[in-house]
Ligand binder design. Sequence first.
Ligand code: SAM
Ligand code: SF4
Ligand code: FES
Length: 344
Amino acid sequence: MSVVENIRDTHDISLEELRQILTTDDSEAIETLRAAAREEADRVYGKSVFVRGLIELSSFCRNDCLYCGLRRSNDQAVRYRLSEEQIYQCCEKGYRLGFRTFVLQGGEDGWFTDERLVPMVANIRRRFPNCAITLSLGERSRESYQALYDAGANRYLLRHETADAGHYARLHPAEMSWQHRIDCLMQLKEIGYQVGCGFMVGSPYQTVETLFKDLQFIRQLQPHMVGIGPFVSTHNTPFENYPNGKVETTLRLLSIIRLLHPHVLLPATTALGTLHPQGREKGILAGANVVMPNLSPIDHRKDYAIYDNKICTGEEAAECQACIEHRMRRIGYEPVVDRGDYKE
Ligand code: SAM
Ligand code: SF4
Ligand code: FES
């Protein structure tokens, strides 16, 4: 049995198989991997690609992750925070464009206390009862996650960043704890959220061994979503001189994740589109099935500068949506704006 069939049929991978896939230059073997992953995605979700509207709430962050342009020590970062009214307007605009999932993402901005955020989520829930509300606001207390869930949030994206505690410690300052991040993911799952974990591909100090741990972590957690994208080197951060992650490695990992976990909602990320003009199309063809065009107000787009050269910063929401939908149709996929829930 080939390695690819083995991963598909057992939903498991060995360290040696992973090494082989990530290092091979046998293009036929890679084509087999991609085709098998796409076949699995088609079997579960057909030719649909789910389109989620991304709203970037705030570029303030209390954390100092070494890789991120929004880290608190980046004195060149331009900080903004959307007002409550601006957030509702983004949702309204998204709703009119057909979106039925809103992803509210931001730095860990202390302004968004539970006292402010919980009523805001409850309001969005009231105004848009048939929409999924996805939050991606970092680490919060269990009580906070519970209150946001009770107010109507359905999904939470919190990349685990790396499943290796030693690697995590090299990507983050000492005050940040790998165990805490993992605990947050467990709590979110227990509360009942549809949960997304994930990691950057090609982050500094990443090895085949740490990636193997990431894949084993995904197998254990069985998340509803997995967000992976290449690390993008960013000016005025401690990693500004490190090379970008590789598009090709990201594509191979997307395919492996699809084979390990066929039902997962797997975005072709903006970071992939940033490092290659057809990165998101390639991601879909490698087994991804979600894209997230930007719904943030245009005057703040460029300031949500997680990494350098981020795409989709100059286009209006409708333009970005039309662009991504056209890109999906061109490769034979149908963009779908409905809730696009995880299929058990
Ligand atoms: N602050 C929240 C958090 O960290 O979970 C949500 C926003 S944060 C900007 C979203 C993700 O961006 C992070 O989980 C990280 O994986 C990714 N990211 C940050 N800096 C990056 C970089 N330089 N290249 C690629 N992805 C990056
Ligand atoms: Fe803040 Fe998230 Fe960036 Fe870390 S990755 S500095 S938590 S925005
Ligand atoms: Fe955003 Fe093309 S997808 S501008």
